[in-house]
Design a protein around this ligand. Sequence first.
Ligand code: SPV
Ligand code: MG
Length: 669
Amino acid sequence: MKAIILNSGLGHRMGSITDTHPKCMTEISSDNTILSRQLKKLVAFGIDQVIMTTGYYNGILEEYCSGLHLPIKFTFVNNPLYDKTNYIYSIYCAKDLLKDDDVILMHGDLVFEPLVLEAILKSDVSCMAVSSTLPLPDKDFKAVIKDGHIEKVGIEFFDKAMAAQPLYKILKEDWLVWLENIEKFCENDNRNCYAENAFNEVSDRCHIYPVDIKDMLCAEIDTPQDLEVVSARVKEVNNRTVYMCCSTDYIHSGHIAIINKACRLGRLTIGVLSDEAVASYKRYPLLPFEERKSLFENIAGVEKVIEQKALSYADNLKLLKPDYVVHGDDWVEGFQKPIREEVVKVLGEYGGKLVEYPYSSDPKYKQLDATLRAELSMPDMRRGRLRKLISMKGLVTAMEAHSGITGLIVEKTTVLQEGKTYQFDAMWISSLCDSTAKGKPDIELVDMTSRFRTIDDIMEVTTKPIIFDGDTGGLTEHFVYTVRSLERMGVSMVIIEDKTGLKKNSLFGTEVKQTQDTIENFCEKIKAGKRAQKTKEFMICARIESLILEQGMDDALKRAFAFSKAGADAIMIHSRKKDPAEIFEFVEKFRKENTVTPIVVVPTSFNTVTEEEFKQRGVNVVIYANQLTRTGFPAMQNAARTILEHHRAKECDDMCMSIKEIITLIPEE
Ligand code: SPV
Ligand code: MG
């Protein structure tokens, strides 16, 4: 696409302003002339070829253009009869350069805001800027619209007309029709009219459609009064502010393209999502907030980078009141829809505008994201993430997973509530659920090789950190091997309980015989495990069974302090009471003396306590230990019973997930 800029006119209505240079070189703001502003906008939209017709002071104009050092290839065409002809003849002089491409045609004294040029360039058909809101000008162009396209353009038409500005995008096939008639006009000595006179005769073959720019800035400067009015509007346009939110930790050409678009609209502030907000809706960020922030600070055109603490834009919008918010159109539907609606509402409160650009779904970006996601699933990337999440969020949640599919459910389930998204942070590989899935009792009967196989199945399809239920840890001599294997696999934490002998599930309490290990023995096991591990990231959590086995609060606390002194990276306190009182008492008393060691709870029975309350009280990890198993199996039993009862599967159909849903749950490589 080439731009034709018509600069052959005398500009005599400007008075002394044009004594020493052509009109287009008149200053319109502290840093731009009419022409330099036009050219910079063209460059911003990727136009790098300009044919400029010149008249008087053509040498000065050519020198001025090259002195701007813009990435534009200029071709100057002088109209030798500039003082005796109109611009129809200037176009005629340049005709041989104008037959091979679509063109942007504009007068050299036209000042427009970026959205106007954007609207014109976006059009798939030939078009001209018109306004449905501005009053019809007395002396300037008006366009008469018929059957949806422009029938004629001129200063004399008032009927069925709209104010029009000499800014066109004309596709080559239409342009050749118009240009041919321009040639006819000029060759018949008809050189003193507008180029539009030639268009009006061929508008049935050269279809130009109106693009309604309403009251956006798009105006010609003919007089010093015009200059004053338009300069004031340029100042307002230049002061416009734009806001965009970014969460990415790598920048590709798609990001640069949308940032460039945002920069065209005004002074751009980027809100970088906090680590917590990114982790809550997408995946754990590969780069921490500060590094992601500096990525954006180093992009040309970005004026400021600030933190956006939540997915909701509301706080930052209320603070900055930007004129525009820019976003891809991918949030019109889907889980971001409520966030978009809130943005529209907040913008509406003060008159800001949402500008959406088509979302780039280039497969190479998807591939890039998949590659990075795969990185997160690798052992070295996954292992340390639990520690990071605990220190970042204060409280993390883990949900039970016992197979690839339950792992995927924990990985993907997202809930949006009041502008915030919620996901589980980690997965819990429960001995109870792993054994149950294999139809075995929870008595350390399922051997480690089989338990590791479950971990592997889950790891293959997920990225979230894993907390492994290590039961008693077995013999210390065996536990050290377990630690090394788990660490090598990329598990983040193993929890071992201070029991010995034939372990039974804690939820039996004292109904079955269970033996608690001595403090000394268990401390030795912890120390041996800590000595065995190779990385700083892996965590060994000591689980205290004193409350389950009714040994009292003092015993529980004594053990907690001893185990953390022995090197335990976290303490899990368990209870099977519905009333959370003993858990709260333990946490309070432990926290009085130890403020740093993370506390883990499994609120299967004391399930009325919210995550927020646990956090307030000083708990760091909440494990939902068995809910997928306990909800999944009854559904299966029900389906099996229904089919047996009806001797066919039809009645079971309504209970079933659709095949489509299954397919979308499971990703294909
Ligand atoms: C498990 O999920 O296997 C546990 C937690 O160890 S509990 O069942 O509550 O003992
Ligand atoms: Mg268990």
